[in-house]
Design a protein around this ligand. Structure first.
Ligand SMILES: *[C@@H]1O[C@H](CO)[C@@H](O)[C@H](O)[C@H]1NC(C)=O
Ligand SMILES: *[C@@H]1O[C@H](CO)[C@@H](O)[C@H](O)[C@H]1NC(C)=O
Ligand SMILES: *[C@@H]1O[C@H](CO)[C@@H](O)[C@H](O)[C@H]1NC(C)=O
Ligand SMILES: *[C@@H]1O[C@H](CO)[C@@H](O)[C@H](O)[C@H]1NC(C)=O
Ligand SMILES: *[C@@H]1O[C@H](CO)[C@@H](O)[C@H](O)[C@H]1NC(C)=O
Length: 467
């Protein structure tokens, strides 16, 4: 089937002719195909009248030909050569267009269509280019978090199965990340699958974060060649948790600082503004240089006035990062002397004192039988009307719930005093004798009559309280 040795010089001449005629200007005729598609190569020669057969071959890197398809013009038959690479993938149509299904990277070759007549061989070469769009780039092996002032691996940007190979670019907030020593370190790697000859590109990014990277989106892109030129595919965004150290510690007190009183439970809460926030602190109680290690809260129960003082908390590993607060435990003591139930004789003297001791100014209020007194009571000589229920009460206005009261129940006793008055009725028939008895407890009154006559007895009790 080879053309005869004779016209070999003519063959070269033909090639030159066809090169000059069919490809004016630059380069070879090229067919671009997508990976996996069918490559369609028209023969690009006018079919001569006396055509015997058409043939397709490709050229090996060393230039030697490999014949793959044959179509006889006279017998209208097609034959494919036994080339394993092209088994069941070829189709040579009547107009000598060759189709290769399922395009592979290894199909990137120079193919030649040959039309052979009795005395001539016409050839037309075609270059096949295959393109494979890579997978959408993905950021993988992502760091669970980044740390300020530390160069850490952020992740790998990977884009698979590209042909030809492409470039990977990283972006922070949409801006290209350029390599910068110690801050942005990029390591690019490409690998070719030996079977498919497709490239997988990986770019590792090591990055030194700052607090400005909080909520910043990182992306990457792959730039690759398609049949019509360079194209780009973008990855999804990745946002990283940025760890940074505490720069300030604060201490909070519950209940609110000016409302702490004896008996309260005080909860100190310590906060650090780092990320993640510190979980443990040292708490310093007044006058104690050694800190107590605790979670971020520390509770003092049932505090007394001696708990007044400066409270501090610091980081465990950096004790200079410290916060302090002054706490006053308010108190209010009231002592009433005498108190409780006191029984006195009329005319007795009774000094009464109600003294207070408090963390703030407090005023005393006196009540007698629920009526407010203008001044504190003091008795140089007791009267019956001095008896009653006295209450001495005080409160710290600033501190809710801090109030005290004590009471004194005063009983004034006295021997009965008798006063008699007589009245004679104008008619002269009867006399009224009034016996006026004053005393406490209530005296019992008894009449004794000597002689005869009838008596109408009437008794009335007067409770003297006021004049
Ligand atoms: C050759 O034939 C195929 C189908 O047989 C057709 O699709 C194609 O357009 C033809 N090409 C030319 C250049 O005539
Ligand atoms: C890759 O990057 C280089 C240099 O930046 C550039 O010249 C080249 O065209 C790029 N290749 C692709 C496939 O984008
Ligand atoms: C203080 O805390 C204790 C439990 O630790 C609780 O029994 C008590 O009621 C609390 N006192 C106040 C005033 O909340
Ligand atoms: C405070 O006083 C109470 C008694 O009122 C005592 O039990 C406690 O130990 C004292 N606390 C301090 C820190 O001195
Ligand atoms: C508390 O008492 C002092 C002196 O006794 C007085 O100067 C001060 O004004 C008082 N404060 C209040 C809030 O009443």
């Amino acid at each position: 089937m080879e053309s005869k040795a004779g016209p070999s010089c003519r063959l070269v001449f033909c090639l030159l002719i066809s090169a000059a005629v069919l490809r004016p200007g630059l380069g070879w005729y090229t067919v671009n195909s997508a990976y996996g598609d069918t490559i369609i190569m028209p023969c690009r020669l006018d079919v001569p009248q006396n055509l015997m057969f058409g043939k397709w071959k490709y050229e090996k890197p060393d230039g030697s030909p490999v014949f793959i398809a044959f179509r006889s013009s006279t017998k209208k038959s097609v034959q494919y050569d036994d080339v394993p690479e092209y088994k069941d993938r070829l189709s040579l149509s009547e107009n000598y267009t060759l189709s290769i299904s399922n395009a592979r990277i290894s199909d990137e070759k120079r193919f030649v269509c040959m039309l052979v007549t009795e005395d001539n061989v016409f050839e037309a070469p075609t270059i096949v280019k295959v393109f494979k769009q890579p997978s959408k780039p993905e950021i993988v092996s992502k760091a669970p978090f980044l740390e300020t002032e530390q160069l850490k691996k952020l992740g790998d940007c990977i884009s698979k199965d590209s042909y030809p190979d492409g470039n990977i670019t990283w972006y922070r907030n949409g801006k290209v990340l350029q390599p910068l020593e110690g801050v942005v370190v990029l390591i690019f790697k490409k690998q070719m699958d030996p079977v498919t000859q497709l490239y997988t590109m990986t770019s590792s990014l090591e990055y030194k974060a700052t607090k400005t990277d909080i909520q910043m989106p990182f992306t990457c892109s792959v730039m690759y060649y398609g049949p019509s030129g360079q194209k780009t595919l973008q990855s999804e965004q990745a946002i990283f948790d940025i760890y940074y150290p505490t720069e300030q510690v604060t201490i909070q007190v519950l209940p609110s600082k000016n409302a702490i009183k004896e008996g309260d439970n005080i909860t100190l809460t310590c906060l650090g503004n780092g990320n993640p926030p510190p979980e443990e602190f040292l708490f310093y109680l007044p006058g104690q240089p050694e800190g107590i290690r605790s979670s971020n809260t520390y509770t003092l129960t049932d505090v007394r006035r001696n708990a007044t003082g400066d409270y501090k908390c610091s980081l465990i590993d950096k004790k200079s990062m410290i916060a302090s607060t002054a706490i006053t435990v308010h108190y209010l003591d009231l002592s009433l002397n005498p108190s409780g139930e006191v029984t006195k004789q009329i005319g007795d003297a009774l000094p009464v004192s109600c003294t207070i001791s408090a963390s703030r100014n407090a005023t005393v209020v006196w009540m007698k039988d629920n009526i407010r007194l203008r001044s504190s009571p003091s008795f140089s000589s007791l009267h019956y009307q001095d008896a009653g229920n006295y209450v001495c009460e005080t409160a710290l206005q600033e501190v809710e719930g801090l109030r005290k009261r004590e009471s004194l129940t005063l009983i004034v006793e006295g021997k009965p005093q008798i006063k008699m008055t007589k009245k004679t009725d104008p008619s002269g028939l009867s006399k009224t004798i009034i016996c006026h008895v004053e005393g406490f407890p209530k005296p019992a009154i008894q009449w004794t009559i000597t002689g005869s006559g009838s008596v109408i007895n009437q008794e009335r009790t007067w409770l003297k309280e006021k004049f």
